[in-house]
Design a protein around this ligand. Sequence first.
Ligand code: URA
Length: 284
Amino acid sequence: MLAAGETDPYELLQFYLDAGADEAIGDEAIDRMQLAEVMAFVQPGAQEQAGQGKPPLPSLGNLAAAPVNPNAPVGTLEAMGDARALAEGAQTLEELKAALDGFKGMSLKRTATQMVFADGNPKARVMLVGEAPGADEDRLGRPFVGVSGQLLDKMFAAIDLSREETIYISNVINWRPPGNRSPSDAEIALSLPFIRRHIELVNPAVVVFVGGVAAKALLETTQGITRLRGKWTDYTSAGLEKPVPALCMFHPAYLLRSPGQKGLAWQDLLRLKKKLQEMGEVYN
Ligand code: URA
């Protein structure tokens, strides 16, 4: 029985459903200040500048490599410090997976079903890096197993590459962002040490960044995927013996929405095939 003036909870729920809020993403409110804290941590001086307006966003590259700000909130310092130390300490893929599993600084863990680490052949010479798991990946614990993953498999099968033998796949982010929202800059910054180490440990002949989020984060650029795709560039990181040729491609989810761009994706696949042949990688 409702008292006068009280709202019927069922009516309220129906109101949310009608408004499109049909997914519960967690019991706790999201701490929107977390991003500002990460910025303050990785960009010394940001807090002082905050008094003069919004601090400028540093590039993603700066986020991963910038020196520690001793004035940053304790939790943030620990999260970034932990991410770097855990990732750098991993000497094998198993250790990296365990390090990610034990990493406490990623709030996405609380809403995701499970971690999505990688799929395919870890000895493959081609490594693909996507953005973040979606609902299917979250359910099955493997990257690119939903509709866009099926397109990805078909695209690579067209140049005789498969996750069973010749490709290895991971994502920048290892847990599904709730409701499939885009990962935040803070989440990307906290994930970068892990995906960088992941690439170092696989040490592929060629790396393919699938979609703009992966391309921008790992190449430390603000350029969009339309400009980045189709060109070879060197991917470097401290633990790699030498730079790895990197190719950026459209994300299959984008190709599903914009099938007119499939021709460009096909050109990129042919570029990849040619490069592998030139490099003398075992190839049909
Ligand atoms: N999109 C991605 O970027 N990665 C996945 O694993 C699935 C969809």
